[in-house]
Ligand binder design. Structure first.
Ligand code: FE2
Length: 143
């Protein structure tokens, strides 16, 4: 389970940087709403980064803690440092949240098999959070 938790940690770290990159580089007439929403999203991801890392440490596993390791292992890829429209942002962010859902479902199954109620319940919380965001984002991607 620790390998998949480290993969989630890696994905969340790259995703955090990517969301803040978009928060800075968003251009277009909907700048204000997208800029603000991205801040809400990366702050939420930041809390999850610390929570997942501490779950890993509590299991007495090695916790990945360097950008080098995150970039080598993450399924979520960084965005380029350049201006970007909100429609492009939301199409990519939607796919990234779908990646995180798959990541969490796998951990949830492993946690259930190992009778690890706390990890299982944290994954439920994240899956619920990501699914709600996917639904909301899907309302704005047809642009
Ligand atoms: Fe800001």
């Amino acid at each position: 389970m620790c390998d998949d938790l480290n993969l989630l940690l890696s994905n969340l770290n790259v995703f955090y940087r990517k969301l803040q990159n978009y928060h800075w580089n968003i251009t277009g007439k909907d700048f204000f709403t997208t800029h603000e929403k991205l801040e809400e999203y990366y702050n939420s991801v930041n809390s999850q980064i610390d929570e997942v890392a501490e779950v890993i440490v509590a299991k007495k596993c090695h916790v990945m803690a360097t950008m080098k390791e995150y970039l080598e292992t993450s399924q979520i890829k960084e965005a380029e440092s350049k201006p970007v429209k909100s429609c492009d942002i939301w199409n990519i962010v939607l796919k990234d949240y779908e990646t995180l859902i798959e990541n969490c479902k796998k951990i949830k199954n492993e946690a259930e098999n190992e009778n690890c109620a706390v990890t299982s319940s944290i994954m439920d919380e994240y899956i619920k959070d990501y699914q709600k965001k996917c639904w909301m984002i899907s309302q704005v991607v047809n642009c």
